[in-house]
Design a protein around this ligand. Structure first.
Ligand SMILES: [Zn+2]
Length: 312
C-alpha cells in the first residue's frame, strides 16, 4: 500500500511523553467530586493534570499492561479517601507510556498534607511478557542494590482535606495561611515516580557519607547531595535553580504555607539518576492560562509556619 506507507513516513515522529491518568473511582468523600450533585470539581482536577505536566518531559518507553487470556495481575493500596477498606485492583488495563493514579481526600489531623505510594503485594502471572510489563514496564535492572532504573504501574495519593488549600493555578493568589495544592500534588506524584522510594534511588546513597551521589545530581548540585534521615527526600532546605532563580527544592520534606515550589534542576536530576529519561523541562504556560479562569481564591486565614508536605 504505497499511499499508506507515504502517509506514515510523512507523519511527524511520535512525541513520547509520560501520561498520567487520574482515577476518581475512590474519591468517595468529596475532595474531587461535589457529593451533592456528583459533579467533578474541575478546578482541582485541572490542577492535578497541571501537576502531571511537570513530568511530560520523561520519554521512557513503558510497556502497556494489557491482560490477555491467562494473564492476571493485582496490587493493593490504602483507600485514597480513607473511606473504606483497602483497595485491591485486579487485571486493570493500563496503556503504554501511561501511569494510573487513584486519588481522593478526607479530613485528618492538621500538619500532614498528603501521602502517596505504589501499593503492596504487586503480583502478576501469565505470559513472560505480561509479567514483565506489570513488574518493570519493560525497563531493565529495576530491583536490588545495583538497580539503575525504575518503573511502576501507577499508584495512589491521599490529600488531607482539613487544610485550607490554595486551589489556584496562579501563584500570585497564594496567601500565607494556605498550602499550595499544585505543589503538594506535584511532590506526591514524584514519590510515585520513585523519588526516595526506588531501589535505583536508594542504590545511589553513599553508605559512608549518606549523600546522594547520582551523576546528574552531582553535576546539578556541585557535589554529593544531602538527603533527609530516611533517605526519602533531599535534606530540608536543599536549594537549586528553577527558571534562573534559586529556590528550595520541591522534593525536600516540606513546603512553607503560602509558597509554591515546583521542580528545580536538582529535582529533575534526581529523577534522571534513578533512570527516567528526562528530555526537557516543560512549562505548562497554556495550562496556566486555561486555569486562570477556574482558579479559586482560598480563604485568607492567617496561620503561619512551616508544615510537612507529607508523612515521609
Ligand atoms: Zn514527600
Amino acid at each position: 500500500m504505497p499511499i499508506f506507507a507515504w502517509l506514515l513516513s510523512a507523519a511527524a515522529p511520535p512525541v513520547l511523553a509520560l501520561e498520567i491518568e487520574f482515577d476518581y473511582t475512590y474519591d468517595t468523600r468529596g475532595f474531587f467530586t461535589d457529593l451533592a450533585t456528583g459533579a467533578p470539581r474541575v478546578d482541582r482536577r485541572a490542577l492535578l493534570d497541571m501537576a502531571a505536566s511537570h513530568y511530560r518531559g520523561f520519554t521512557d518507553t513503558l510497556s502497556a499492561i494489557m491482560p490477555a487470556e491467562g494473564d492476571q495481575w493485582s496490587v493493593s493500596f490504602l483507600h485514597p479517601s480513607l473511606g473504606g477498606p483497602g483497595v485491591t485492583l485486579n487485571d486493570v488495563a493500563i496503556e503504554a507510556d501511561t501511569l494510573r493514579i487513584y486519588v481522593g481526600g478526607s479530613p485528618s489531623a492538621p500538619g500532614v498534607l498528603g501521602f502517596a505510594g505504589t501499593g503492596v503485594n504487586l503480583q502478576a502471572t501469565g505470559s513472560a511478557a505480561f509479567v514483565d510489563a506489570v513488574m518493570t514496564r519493560g525497563q531493565l535492572n529495576t530491583t536490588g542494590p545495583h538497580a539503575s532504573d525504575y518503573a511502576t504501574w501507577g499508584g495512589y495519593i491521599w490529600f488531607n482535606a482539613s487544610n485550607d488549600w490554595y486551589f489556584g493555578a496562579d501563584a500570585a493568589g497564594l496567601s500565607p495561611g494556605s498550602p499550595d495544592f499544585l505543589t503538594t500534588a506535584t511532590h506526591e506524584i514524584g514519590h510515585i515516580l520513585g523519588f526516595g522510594e526506588a531501589d535505583s534511588w536508594l542504590a545511589q546513597i553513599d553508605a559512608g557519607t549518606g549523600l546522594f551521589t547520582g551523576t546528574a545530581s552531582l553535576a546539578a548540585y556541585g557535589g554529593g547531595v544531602p538527603v533527609d534521615r530516611y533517605g526519602s527526600h533531599w535534606a530540608e532546605g536543599t536549594m537549586s535553580e528553577r527558571d534562573g532563580q534559586m529556590q528550595e527544592t520541591m522534593m525536600d520534606p516540606s513546603t512553607p504555607f503560602g509558597e509554591r515550589q515546583l521542580p528545580t534542576a536538582l529535582d529533575y536530576a534526581g529523577f534522571a539518576d534513578m533512570g527516567w529519561q528526562v528530555s526537557s523541562v516543560p512549562e505548562p504556560e497554556s495550562a496556566l492560562t486555561l486555569l486562570a479562569g477556574l482558579a479559586l481564591i482560598g480563604r485568607r486565614a492567617s496561620r503561619a509556619g512551616v508544615h510537612r508536605s507529607d508523612t515521609r
